[in-house]
Design a protein around this ligand. Structure first.
Ligand code: NAP
Length: 245
């Protein structure tokens, strides 16, 4: 994929990995449409990057997602790259937790259902372009889960497998299906937990290097070794990841 002169939709561009994507793609002369659930965060982002377009969308809410897809289809039908970045992670003890129903629902909608609905809804636009791309973000936790976040780990395993299946479906089209598989990254999501985090810049630099070479699956940094361990010594991989922060 070329790194400039694209029209890119980025979900969750107001923070962390999404923010770094916005910054790097903006500086590479792309048109960006950025979404998050918070108008104030988007307004702040627009001050920093005046040429971006912003739309509020709560990915936990189906009506909001449908509205968002319709807006993109009518106002931005030049989109040729969709980056499904937004995500949340709840860490909790299932025996102690009092708000489990909502947490389970939100995590599955934001991390899994909405990204695939956005892809489905925007496929007519993507398929009409010469070179298009879908970029999904899973996690090293797709390969070995941690005990504190059963639903998060489930959604990321599903994103990984679903991305592969979608890649098969679209392999004879103009749409390339990419996946980023990050290790622990230093963002708002991981504040106060975990060790040995990489920076968002390191992640996005490594991804962009692969993206321009059309390398469809980016296992970032320590995830490369995790996947080798998982294949050769699955019980060891489980032990390493079980009590991760
Ligand atoms: N950080 C890591 O270690 C790590 C590792 C593996 C994978 N990942 C994945 O990488 C992606 C980005 O994570 P991050 O660490 O950069 O997280 P982050 O800093 O917490 O940013 C999350 C982004 O998602 C947006 N968002 C949250 N809830 C939303 C909702 N209901 N509707 C729309 N947007 C929403 C947030 O925007 P607003 O608050 O403005 O709505 C924010 O821009 C996620 O998919 C995550 O699972 C992260």
């Amino acid at each position: 994929m070329k790194l400039s002169n694209n029209t890119i939709l980025i979900t969750g561009g107001t923070s962390g990995i999404g923010f770094e994507m916005v910054q790097q793609f903006y500086n590479l002369d792309n048109k960006l449409i950025v979404t998050s659930s918070n108008q104030h965060n988007l307004d702040k982002l627009k001050i920093q990057f005046p040429k971006i377009e912003t739309i509020v969308c709560n990915l936990a809410n189906f009506s909001s997602v449908l509205y968002f897809i319709n807006e993109c289809s009518t106002r931005y039908n030049d989109i040729n790259i969709v980056i499904n970045n937004a995500g949340i992670q709840h860490n909790y003890d299932w025996i102690e937790e009092k708000d489990g129903y909502k947490k389970i629902d939100d995590e599955i909608r934001i991390n899994l259902i909405s990204p695939f609905q956005i892809i489905y809804g925007l496929l007519p636009i993507l398929i009409s372009k010469k070179n298009s791309a879908i970029v999904n973000i899973s996690s090293g936790l797709a390969f070995a889960p941690k005990k504190s976040a059963p639903i998060y780990c489930s959604t990321k395993a599903a994103v990984h497998n679903g991305t592969r299946a979608l890649r098969y479906q679209l392999e004879n089209t103009n749409i390339k299906v990419f996946e980023i598989i990050p290790p622990l990254v230093d963002t708002k999501m991981t504040t106060g937990r975990g060790q040995g985090k990489i920076s968002t810049k390191q992640l996005v630099d490594e991804f962009l290097d692969n993206f321009k070479k059309d390398k469809l699956e980016s296992s970032i940094d320590k995830v490369k070794i995790l996947r080798i361990i998982q294949r050769l010594f699955p019980k060891l991989a489980d032990k390493i990841m079980k009590n991760r922060g």
